[in-house]
Design a protein around this ligand. Sequence first.
Ligand code: SF4
Ligand code: SF4
Ligand code: SF4
Length: 321
Amino acid sequence: MSNVDKMREEAKKLVSECRFVVGYERGTFNHLDRALIAKTPEDVDKFVFGPTSIPNLTLYAVTDFRRPLKRGESPDARPIGIVCKGCDAKTIVELVREHIHARDQVKIIGMPCKGTIDPKKFAMLYGEDNDVKQITWGPDGFLVDGQAPKGDLLAGKCLHCKVRNPSVTDVDGMEQVDQPEAAGFEGIESFEAMDPEDRWRFFEGQFSKCIRCYACRNACPLCYCHQCSIDIQKPFNWTQKFTELPDNTFYHTMRALHLAGRCVDCGECERVCPMDIPLRLLNGKMAKVAYENFNIESGEDPDRPSLLGGCDPNDKECFIW
Ligand code: SF4
Ligand code: SF4
Ligand code: SF4
């Protein structure tokens, strides 16, 4: 049985015991699969999974668990089911350790994954109005309508992925994929090698492009505050709504700090950014700082508090001086 058939089989079992199961169905826009909230076995028949199953579906879990009840509505204690790639399943670990939901409130159908395409690279190579019918995994990488692609299509986050086979799942028996040795923070280290002034100038240039559409914040399953501090105008006006460089810099540094040691590198913020701002680089640098100083990695250990949710008497205090 293929992994996709196994996924559908498991999802059909779950729809009877869960409020819903969220998986992927074929989208209508340029080979980007979209979320399908399945409530019946017939819905599950539409589930697909492959290199275009890109969105991090845990956003639907956090949105559901954070939704205020309507007047007169009773809480529904049934769990929800989610189809997760390895990077997305790490989000569940973060949500559990931040007490957004209990582990048993979510049933994870963990899908082994050989990497997803970068839709922006795909559009560059094939155009927005291409007539490509299908992108699949072949033995040596992606196949575009059965042929080798015109160029590199792999999403940046997949280059250093350590969880092609999800580290957390509620479904056994999936056929595992090869896990290449992951090179840690390699992409960040080349950025760190730049002169500090050049790094600052680089990010000034990036932040000045930002139109503050907040798509990055809205796509991020770990940016879940009911009211974001950037929107609070009273009693303190932390920042203006203008897209001037100081205000944009405040937004991005504030968001990076709030995600330090929590960001799971699902890449959704960068994917949805209309201005192509390299947000993974910023969040990746924070992840490296969190790892090197506090030995904490996102999505690894649900029993350990998140970086901003705990402290250790042995924590380094060098940043104070
Ligand atoms: S980061 Fe890993 S699990 Fe996530 S899409 Fe890429 S290869 Fe798959
Ligand atoms: S998605 Fe891009 S342009 Fe929009 S607020 Fe985020 S960084 Fe700025
Ligand atoms: S900051 Fe970006 S990469 Fe990190 S968890 Fe949020 S959406 Fe994913």
